[in-house]
Design a protein. Structure first.
Length: 581
């Protein structure tokens, strides 16, 4: 749908807006269709369901039957469970793993926003699934859809680090504040199947949405909290970001950022990735109010005709930053103070063994691309289950799709390593720096938007890059390498040192020059690169970096300084030489 309308005519709302408007606060026909015995839902319900945390999908590999003809789609559902700040208990993660086995495809997926995804749930088991999530004191409500999504925050459990702890507590307050209030979720999913009673529902009056209103937001909305010294959540990639400003252990307030977002549609020139803009400073007590003001401005001024340009970044682009700030101040009820100079200057993925400040420890365990599964001798799911059952740690999910096991004793380090090794899994210390800092989105076979492989091919690419990196003597250099199966950018490839973005089947665009800090977008380097050429192409870039970097310069900073054209000329010559050798 386009937002181009004859001059003066109001833009026609998109089909999703029509579905939301008619839905009576996200109810629509979901309950009726849930009971109709068909494998899937109709179009309006499919859209509404996203706000309930689930996507109707099909296994794209079974679309074609053996004789090459189209076969009937095998519909199943992806379900995303919110984990605000990535914090959960061992019991909750165990239960999620069990649900993956009993109702899903036997795996769980830790996401780039610290949440959990299940795939392969059939329609007839959706309700059971939601009830089990609820019984587990979690929710899928607003994990997807045109609402505030899972809010991110640095997950490191450092006791006595009052700044980090207060920031994490502020996230909990904000997540509650921006949660949808509709009773639709409870009515549809949590009603007792036999008695019809909403026996598992917490009480409370049926109120309309005081923040969102009946049509919610024009598009998804994402928020994150970061520390200047630790931007592990990529705060600049979010619609709304808060950077804590602190001095001597005291939080002075937060720098507020607005309008970050990564997704692009290459065929639509009007779309672009954007880092959030620095908007102003608020004291801690104003965080909820400023967030609400920004959400409401986006609610009222975001584009409801064209979903391609409906995110907050486009609202700001259309209004202009100063007009946007003025409107936010109007909704906020007072002027915004200018930003404090504090900005992100550090990044920690929290992988490895750390003291947590109370005599205990936490262990950052790298989960490759967030997929917890058992395959052949690689029994990661079994190992994680054993760690959760036998050691009973606290658990956090990082925004790099990995796990922190918390509240450990010194002896647990060996126990964890023993369990991992017994099931064919490497410890975080045994994987390369390259693999540790890499991420891939889900892509095929479940993602309907994927044009190329990602999660399933990145491990192999890393396997072939590792010896090249070692030959160049760069084994200990940390740089982010992020791959996605399409330009929607779910693994945030556009602010990483190396971004690899699916272009078409088996071919990718390479981007260079972002950085670990996440505060700079990278630049288009090469297009339509076949998968098998990615390793030599990237090796050539790394050879250039090795040959010409300044002391202490990171890969992203080097590519940014030299420029992609300079890197390309050097790397192409090097490649031609290497091929001739
Ligand atoms: Fe995403 C759509 C997976 C983080 C930008 N994303 C999708 C869908 C739901 C595909 C669809 O619409 O049919 C993918 C489901 C695939 C599957 O089979 O599971 C999907 N996104 C993911 C996850 C699971 C990737 C991962 O490997 O972890 C992440 C779930 C996060 C969560 O827990 O909430 C995920 N997606 C992101 C991020 C990163 C972030 O938020 O920090 C981005 C870029 C930031 C941003 O939002 O701009 C992102 N996803 C998108 C977009 C592009 C949005 C845009 O404004 O252009 C889409 C497509 C859309 O919304 O139309 C999309
Ligand atoms: Fe799917 Fe594209 Fe997101 Fe990957 S980046 S999960 S292919 S929408």
């Amino acid at each position: 749908m386009s937002d181009e309308t004859p001059a003066g005519a109001p833009a026609k709302p998109s089909a999703v807006e029509v579905a939301k408007t008619a839905s009576n606060y996200l109810r629509g026909d979901i309950a009726k269709e849930l009971a109709d015995g068909l494998p899937g839902f109709g179009k309006p319900s499919v859209q509404l369901l996203k706000n309930h945390g689930t996507y109707q999908q099909d296994d794209r590999e079974t679309r074609k039957s053996v004789d090459g003809k189209k076969s009937e789609r095998q519909i199943s559902f992806m379900i995303r469970t919110c984990v605000p700040g990535g914090k959960l208990t061992a019991e909750q993660l165990l239960s999620a793993i069990d649900m993956g086995d009993e109702l899903g495809n036997g795996t769980i997926r830790l996401t780039t926003r610290q949440a959990i995804q299940h795939h392969g749930v059939v329609k007839g088991e959706l309700k059971d699934f939601m009830q089990r999530v609820h019984a587990n004191q979690m929710t899928t409500l607003a994990a997807c859809g045109d609402v505030e999504r899972n809010i991110m925050c640095c997950p490191a459990p450092i006791k006595g680090d009052t700044v980090r702890e207060q920031m994490q507590a502020k996230l909990d307050e904000l997540a509650k504040h921006l949660a949808p209030r509709t009773r639709a979720y409870y009515e549809i999913w949590l009603t007792d199947p036999d008695t019809g009673e909403q026996s598992r529902v917490a009480g409370g009056p049926d109120v309309i949405e005081p923040i969102y209103g009946p049509t919610y937001l024009p598009r998804k909305f994402k928020t994150a909290f970061a520390l200047p010294e630790d931007n592990c959540v990529d705060v600049y990639a979010n619609d709304l970001g808060f950077i804590v400003v602190h001095e001597q252990g005291k939080i002075l307030g937060y720098n507020v950022l607005a309008g970050g977002g990564m997704g692009v549609t290459p065929s639509a020139a009007k779309t672009f990735p954007a880092l959030a803009k620095r908007l102003g400073f608020v004291p801690p007590e104003d965080v909820l109010a400023i967030a609400e003001a920004i959400v409401k401005v986006q609610r009222d001024f975001g584009n409801r005709a064209d979903r391609k340009t409906a995110r907050l970044k486009y609202t700001i682009h259309t209004m202009g930053l100063e007009n946007f700030r003025a409107k936010v101040e109007e909704y906020f009820g007072k002027p915004l103070a200018p930003c404090h100079p504090a900005d992100v200057h550090g990044f920690d993925d929290h992988i490895g063994w750390f003291e947590q400040g109370d005599g205990k420890f936490f262990y950052g365990f790298n989960v490759e691309n967030g997929r917890v599964h058992d395959t052949g001798e690689f029994q990661l799911k079994t190992a994680v289950r054993r760690i959760l059952r036998e050691i009973k740690p606290g658990v956090r999910i990082t925004s790099h799709q990995s796990l922190l096991f918390t509240d450990l004793t010194a002896t647990d380090r060996v126990r964890i390593a023993d369990i991992l090794h017994a099931h064919g899994v490497k410890t975080s210390e045994e994987i390369s720096t390259l693999r540790r800092w890499s991420m891939a989105c889900v892509a095929l076979p479940t993602c309907s938007l994927a044009v190329a492989e990602s999660e399933r091919v990145l491990p192999g690419l890393i396997d072939s890059l590792e010896p090249e990196v070692a030959k160049l003597g760069l084994t200990h250099d940390a740089f982010t390498l992020r791959m996605t199966g399409c330009p929607n950018a779910c693994a945030r490839p556009y602010n990483s040192d190396i971004g690899i973005v699916g272009r078409t089947a088996g071919k990718y665009t390479i981007f260079l020059g972002g950085r670990l800090l996440g505060d700079r977008l990278n630049t288009h380097y090469k297009d339509v690169v076949p998968f098998e050429d990615l390793c030599p192409e990237l090796t050539a870039v790394l050879a250039c970096y090795k040959a010409e970097r300044k002391s202490g310069e990171t890969l992203g900073d080097f590519c940014h300084r030299k420029g992609v054209d300079g890197v390309r000329t050097w790397a192409d010559e090097w490649l031609a030489g290497a091929r001739g050798r």
